[in-house]
Design a protein around this ligand. Structure first.
Ligand code: CO
Length: 182
């Protein structure tokens, strides 16, 4: 089932999420709904709070340059270490539409998590996967990628963000009027 994605400004996006205490069919269908929603939105990662569920769970589905698919569910993840050199990538977020910004993060991380079969992993990731994981992990901590940029830049972006929201609201309105006319 495709669910609506919460947009910047919704308080759930700012809450630290709770651990999942036991695995159930409810969690299974939540994961399925998250994949459906992310697929429709053409995202490469989605965290549970983005669809209004304040639990420590995110998913990633991403094809790298070599068309190698990485698809993984991260339940109750815990980043043990973030290290290495700085990596600058352009990040966007399904909850902050139309804004893409250069963000500096570290190249390596070590993370512990459970998968959907309740199997425990301890893994090292680097490069873009390390960046995507850090972005999704931020979500379950109540953080957003914009927290990594300066206030001055944020102000500039938000002026544009509001303009964009107005433009899209007007577009929707005019589409509605047209639909009513036809
Ligand atoms: Co995001």
């Amino acid at each position: 089932m495709i669910l609506p994605i919460l947009i910047y400004g919704h308080p759930i996006l700012r809450k630290r999420c709770l651990e999942i205490e036991k695995f159930s069919n409810k969690i299974n269908s939540l994961i399925k709904n998250m994949y459906d929603t992310m697929g429709k939105a053409q995202g490469i990662g989605l965290a549970a709070p983005q669809i209004g569920i304040s639990l420590r769970l995110f998913i990633i589905e991403y094809n790298n340059f070599y068309k190698k698919k990485f698809k993984q569910v991260f339940i109750n993840p815990k980043i043990l270490k973030i290290y290495g050199s700085d990596l600058i990538t352009k990040e966007g977020c399904l909850s902050i539409p139309n804004i893409i910004e250069k963000i500096i993060r570290k190249n390596h991380l070590i993370i512990e998590y459970y998968d959907e079969n309740w199997k425990k992993y301890k893994q090292h990731f680097n490069g873009l996967l390390s960046i995507i994981i850090q972005h999704e992990y931020d979500h379950i901590e109540g953080k957003l990628f914009l927290d990594h940029i300066s206030d001055k830049k944020k102000l500039f972006l938000f002026n544009n963000f509001n303009k964009l929201k107005q433009i899209s609201a007007n577009t929707n309105k005019s589409q509605l009027i047209q639909t009513n006319l036809s």
